[in-house]
Design a protein around this ligand. Structure first.
Ligand code: NAD
Length: 335
């Protein structure tokens, strides 16, 4: 694989060769028009060996976490894509920017707003672009929800509902130090995003309640589940739920004269949508290929990305407010 013509395409190096890189990003990079898989950064020599054979990557484009900074001398790499556990995003985005590379960072952008500020500042200082891996901004059904909020075919939105949960998880996602929190950081962020991009508004306050733990031995440092309500302007409320022990996947908008719902809303493939007028009829796309191509095109054409670091920062700010509301039991304003 990776035998396509790379001429005119920007080279991407993936940092962290875990599930998302292996099963989604690398395959997507076989379909992209404006970028290609040019390099790897991994702490595991076995993975480096396997990947270099599979994707025909030259040794000079393979780094480990110690040699990573020398990527600055490699003209094959234009974009560094950080796909590490959440708490490691800030360090690697900042190092990539200092190495003079454009950066894509996976969601959640970081685990604190202060880190987000440092990441944005590092990319700005280097004169490089920063985007967040918000693939649903390139997915037709989710784009349809954005249009419904903006063009108001059913009148103004009056209420949102968003749910995203998985039946199980393991590894670093259960460790607050590496993940920054539980399902809210990993899955609930899609609900925050969905409500923001559908309404086109920013939440002004939040209340939240942690779900009772059914498995306290497993969920020692992070929540097992959480429900929260975001208050938007115009008295619009968004009721959201996330969980690591219950499958859920929905984004719904109630408007004055109708409704629209995606279910599943946030999957990599098979997204389905319906409105009060009937089924949505949009094509399935490779979301990751579209997302990476759009960023490469933005760099080439010197235009802004629709999913910049500032958008990731705003989500982290909202996530922090939700945790504060959960811990205090109080309504927390988002200023
Ligand atoms: P993963 O556990 O499968 O992979 C993590 C990678 O980081 C592994 O290769 C691991 O070796 C490496 N790593 C380096 N230092 C580590 C450490 N100290 N502890 C644990 N792993 C370490 O995780 P993933 O599912 O690929 O997620 C990686 C990132 O991508 C996360 O930020 C996640 O939120 C994000 N993600 C985004 C999407 C999306 O749809 N946009 C989907 C999945 C994951």
């Amino acid at each position: 694989m990776n035998n396509m013509n790379t001429e005119g395409k920007l080279g991407i190096a993936l940092v962290g060769l875990g599930n998302y890189s292996e099963n989604e990003l690398a395959p997507a990079l076989q379909e992209t028009q404006h970028c290609y898989l040019a390099g790897l950064v991994t702490g595991s020599p076995d993975k480096a060996d396997k990947w270099k054979k599979k994707y025909n990557i030259p040794d000079k484009n393979i780094y480990d976490y110690k040699t990573f900074d020398t990527i600055k001398d490699n003209p094959d790499i234009d974009i560094v894509y950080v796909v590490l556990p959440n708490a490691m995003h800030a360090e690697y985005v900042i190092r990539a920017a200092k190495a003079g590379k454009h950066v894509i960072c996976e969601k959640p952008m970081a685990i604190t707003v202060e880190e987000c500020d440092q990441m944005i500042a590092a990319c700005a200082a280097a004169g490089k672009m920063l985007s967040i891996g918000y693939r649903l901004h390139f997915e037709p059904h989710n784009l349809g929800m954005m249009r419904i909020g903006k063009e108001k075919p059913f009148g103004s939105i009056v209420k949102m509902t968003a749910e995203n949960g998985m039946g199980d998880t393991k590894g670093w996602r259960l460790d607050k130090v590496l993940a920054g929190g539980g399902p809210l950081m990993d899955l609930g962020i899609y609900c925050v995003q969905g409500c923001r991009y559908t309404t086109g508004m920013e939440p002004v306050a939040v209340t939240a309640k942690e779900a009772a733990k059914t498995n306290p031995e497993k969920f020692t440092t992070v929540e097992e589940g959480l429900s929260w309500v975001m208050e938007f302007p115009d008295n619009i409320k968004a009721a959201c739920t996330t969980s690591y022990s219950k499958e859920m996947n929905k984004l719904r908008a109630e408007a004055q004269n109708g409704w629209a719902e995606l279910s599943p809303a946030y999957e990599y493939r098979g997204i389905k949508g319906e409105t009060s007028k009937g089924k949505m009829d949009f094509p399935q796309v490779n979301q990751q290929a579209k997302q990476m191509d759009d960023f490469a095109d933005a760099i080439k054409n010197k235009r802004p990305t629709p999913v910049p670091g500032e958008m990731g920062r705003q989500d982290v700010k909202i996530l922090q407010a939700i945790y504060k509301a959960m811990e205090s039991g109080q309504r927390v304003e988002i200023i």
